[in-house]
Design a protein around this ligand. Structure first.
Ligand code: TYD
Length: 342
């Protein structure tokens, strides 16, 4: 197996590379990553000295790069993690979301077709379903995305579906839940709050913090993608979820406990996502479980272990939070509501 992992220097993509290496010691792993603000070669530090691993910088929407790489590396499988993935950034500016998450998927699908790739796994998100008040989304639920980010992911998913229908491209879609664990860029709820709390800074909770998310550990998510790479049926969709539903407030409570801080550091701010903020995500992963996959991590333990990882790995995140890109996003997005608490 010679696998092109796009977005392999990102959070879930890098976990996938490690999971793939453990399961397939002989696989050729080729990472293509644009190294945007969220891509980080240090996420792949475990691959130093691995002769069957290669890294290439580049965007998935760049056809010359994608097709050149597939040809030079005799790629047989593609797993696509490359995406702009932060809702709040998409509220601020959506252009890159459409370019990567829609145009990029189109480029990969065309390459899959032209080079007769054996399987293309498109890694997507439960957010394409929109919000659900009660019950669970299944793979048959309609796509009702509410932010430019989730709409761009839904656009990619629909292209994958169409390429399967029109050209029988052997493509499969996974839709994962909110993912947590080490190496997550500190803009998402858990690492954003953990790193700020470790520094004794205030954290902004949107509205009353009663929104519900379903959480899955990055390694369980990556194992689910591997299961689909190995056993998923072309043309199918598989949800990857772990049924750990928590209100944001409950997550914050754990983060406060684990960092030794109290609620006076939590500031409720007017919801910057306005009506686009999904109230609740919840989905059934029964279809993937039927293939044999099971999540192995215990949420209560692993979220605490994740906070401890951030406490120990300041060398990993301090350069990020000091970077100009990070500072300017946080200033522009949270400055108006956090003011001098920023
Ligand atoms: P996030 O990690 O951005 O993931 P998603 O929007 O994809 O679910 O946010 C998780 C939840 O936390 C979501 O309901 C928004 C909320 N949130 C805050 O209340 N404050 C914050 O600063 C952030 C980043 C998120």
């Amino acid at each position: 197996m010679r696998v092109l992992v796009t977005g392999g220097a990102g959070f879930i993509g890098s976990h996938f590379c490690r999971v793939l290496r453990r399961a397939h010691p002989d696989a050729r792993i080729v990472v293509l990553d644009a190294l945007t603000y969220a891509g980080n070669l240090r996420n792949l530090e475990d691959f130093e000295g691995d002769g069957n691993f290669a890294f290439h910088p580049g965007k998935i929407q760049d056809r010359t790069v994608v097709e050149g790489l597939i040809r030079c590396e005799s790629i047989t499988h593609i797993v696509d993690f490359a995406a702009e993935s932060h809702n709040d950034r998409s509220i601020q500016n959506s252009a890159e979301f459409i370019e990567t998450n829609v145009l990029g998927v189109y480029t990969l699908l065309e390459a899959t077709r032209r080079f007769r790739i054996e399987k293309y796994v498109h890694v997507s998100t439960d957010e394409v379903y929109g919000s659900i008040e009660a019950g669970d989304f299944t793979e048959e639920s309609p796509l009702e995305p509410n932010t430019p980010y989730s709409a761009s992911k839904a656009g990619g998913d629909l292209l994958v579906r169409a390429y399967w229908k029109a050209f029988a491209v052997p493509a499969v879609i996974t839709r994962g839940g909110n993912t947590y664990g080490p190496y997550q860029y500190p803009e998402k709820l858990i690492p954003f709050f953990a790193t700020r709390l470790l520094n004794g800074k205030k954290v902004p909770i949107y509205g009353d913090g009663t929104q519900v998310r379903e959480w899955i550990h990055a390694e369980d998510h990556a194992n689910g993608v591997l299961e689909v790479l190995e056993k998923g049926q072309a043309g199918e969709v598989y949800n990857i979820g772990d049924e750990n539903e928590r209100q944001n407030r409950q997550i914050v409570e754990i983060l406060l406990e684990e960092t030794g801080r109290t609620w006076d550091l939590v500031k409720s701010i007017p919801d910057p996502r306005r009506n686009a903020h999904d109230r609740r995500y919840s989905m059934s992963a029964a279809k993937l479980r039927n293939l044999g996959w099971r999540p192995e991590k215990t949420f209560e333990e692993e979220i605490r272990r994740t906070v401890r990882w951030y406490a120990e790995r300041r060398d990993w995140w301090e350069p990020i939070v000091r970077s100009e890109d990070y500072q300017s996003f946080v200033r522009a997005y949270y400055g108006p509501s956090l003011g001098e608490d920023l």
